[in-house]
Ligand binder design. Structure first.
Ligand code: HEC
Length: 508
């Protein structure tokens, strides 16, 4: 028996197991339902074994729509990068678990939606209400722009606020959601304003998100009736941003988490140069295309910033990974075949150039207009993931992290696909955190994917080497990961969240 045939057999066995084999996967013999294809001969550096998956599913084998318990952030072990990626993977499966109180946890009463109050604070920033989800059929979304150039701008209505346009000439919608612990903690900070010494018992909480059991206990006793506790308190404080497109804009809506959302109603003018927001929200069937999963954990008051996408969003530039057959990193060039939601064509573009900009009406998330840039019409732009897994493309030093993510995603997705679970169509594009410090910039002791960007939310905020984003004056790589905007002063961890300091009301 030659080593070659061993390897071939091994690769073949892996490929049959795998959800996204290195070749198109066809559902029911019709269309390609896995546009993002992963190499299959990766080293299993961060895969999840059956016993771990069973733990995630609360002690039972994975099942379709099975409930996943949240990762325990209080006992989080930060000794390997893999542990950070696994934290995100488990949290995503928890957040998207269906319950009898809602189609997914993040749209059930354990979560609160952050919506604009329509009012600005003293410094001119938009303020938010946190409202507990009562009804699973009205997820509020708004037309946040896909990221401003100015990190100081903390709300909608910023200049340069580019808009994602789908091939079907529609836009995307965004929601911000926080868990019950975060909402309770935000209420405590509102209360503390009039009560000096409020945080004397847990002084770090005055300026940081909780990372320990005793801090969680303090939040619990201050917020809940005696003897009660948060159902998932070990998740500590969590904040999410979700990205959605009309379910009619995706090729296979049955392969998406779908929800009825409230979106701003849009009126397009005849020559497609201006889309006006009427100011009235309307219900729309939405498909989940992206999600940021962010939360504090033991040793990490800066929070772990994990990000997820649907497998059919947009193609990746080539990246290196560790294969089972070669001692040195192997280059993988993902294809462009298939019905992508945010991409058309044959070539992965070198940059992503916006065609439209959103100007909100004062502090409102439903008013204002989207205008074409320059004298052009509002057009679809082919989108790509320019820094795969959150790293410089074709960098051999990113191969270990790429391999962690490949093995983790593959083992999780394969197990879910075997159960026909819709969560099998989503994968982690990467995560970012620090050495435990509050990051004062995008280069301050940053760990994980230092170029992390989600194609649905930071579409025009990807800065590969040597490419220019027109209008933004960027002609070389800039460290513009999540912490570019979500950094803070070293002694104020709460500033990493954009919403936290601007919460005006928390309502049950
Ligand atoms: C160019 C600036 C910018 C970048 C880069 C950026 N964000 Fe944000 N983010 C914002 C702003 C502004 C908000 C405020 C809420 C809104 O209107 O969407 C926000 C909101 C959020 C929220 C909702 C809770 C909060 O903090 O307010 C999450 C979660 C989030 N971002 C995650 C991420 C992740 C993960 C990344 C990196 C993959 C990232 N962001 C990159 C600007 C940015």
């Amino acid at each position: 028996m030659t080593p070659i045939s061993n390897l071939t057999r091994r690769a073949a066995a892996l490929a049959t197991l795998a959800l996204c084999a290195a070749g198109p996967v066809f559902a029911g013999g019709h269309a390609n339902t896995h546009e993002t294809l992963f190499p299959q001969d990766f080293k299993n550096t961060c895969g999840v074994d059956a016993a771990t998956l069973q733990d995630w599913f609360g002690g039972v084998a994975p099942s379709q729509n099975g409930f996943v318990v949240p990762a325990n952030s209080v006992t989080f072990d930060d000794s390997t990068n893999c542990n950070f990626y696994k934290w995100g993977a488990q949290m995503f499966l928890w957040l998207t678990s269906p319950t009898n109180q809602g189609p997914v946890i993040f749209n059930s009463p354990v979560f609160f939606d952050a919506t604009y109050t329509g009012e600005l604070d003293d410094e001119g920033f938009a303020t938010f209400n946190l409202t507990r989800n009562a009804n699973p059929d009205d997820l509020p979304t708004s037309l946040r722009s896909v990221k401003s150039e100015d990190p100081a701008i903390d709300e909608i209505g910023q200049a340069d606020s580019y808009v994602l346009v789908t091939p079907k000439n529609d836009t995307a919608y965004f929601g911000v959601h926080v868990n019950d612990v975060y909402a309770a903690f935000a209420q405590m900070h509102l209360d503390a304003k009039s009560q000096p010494g409020y945080f004397d018992e847990a002084p770090l909480l005055a300026t940081n998100f909780p990372t320990t059991q005793s801090e969680l206990d303090f939040i619990t006793t201050q917020s809940l009736p005696a003897g009660e506790s948060f159902p998932d308190g070990d998740a500590l404080t969590m904040e999410l941003k979700t990205a959605w497109v009309a379910a009619s804009d995706v090729e296979h809506p049955e392969n998406y988490i779908t929800i009825t959302g409230m979106v701003p109603e849009i009126e397009k003018n005849a020559d497609n140069t201006q889309w006006s927001l009427t100011g009235t929200p309307e219900p729309k069937e939405l498909a989940l295309v992206g999600m940021h999963v962010v939360g504090s954990a033991k040793g990490h008051p800066e929070m772990i910033w994990a990000s997820f996408e649907h497998v059919s969003n947009a193609p990746d530039l080539p990246y290196y990974y560790q294969s089972t057959s070669a001692p040195a990193p192997t280059l993988f060039t993902p294809g462009t075949d298939g019905d992508w939601t945010l991409f058309t064509g044959d070539t992965v573009p070198a940059t992503v150039v916006p065609t439209a900009q959103y100007k909100a009406a004062d502090g409102s998330s439903t008013g204002g207009a989207i205008n074409a840039l320059g004298n052009d019409t509002i057009e679809f732009v082919p989108v790509a993931r320019l820094n795969p897994w959150g790293f410089k493309p074709q960098s051999t030093s990113a191969a270990d992290d790429a391999t962690d993510l490949l093995s983790l995603n593959n083992t999780v997705m394969t197990a879910l696909a075997a159960q026909d679970d819709v969560r099998a169509y989503y994968y982690q594009i990467g995560s970012i955190w620090t050495g435990g410090n509050i990051p004062t910039s995008a280069t301050d002791n940053i760990k994980g994917g230092d170029r992390l960007a989600n194609t649905t939310m930071e579409t025009f905020h990807q800065f590969p080497d040597g490419n220019t984003i027109p209008g933004a004056g960027k002609n070389a790589f800039q460290a513009q990961n999540c912490f570019f905007c979500h950094s803070s002063s070293a002694d104020n961890g709460l500033g990493t969240s954009h919403v936290f300091g601007d919460v005006a009301n928390v309502s049950d």
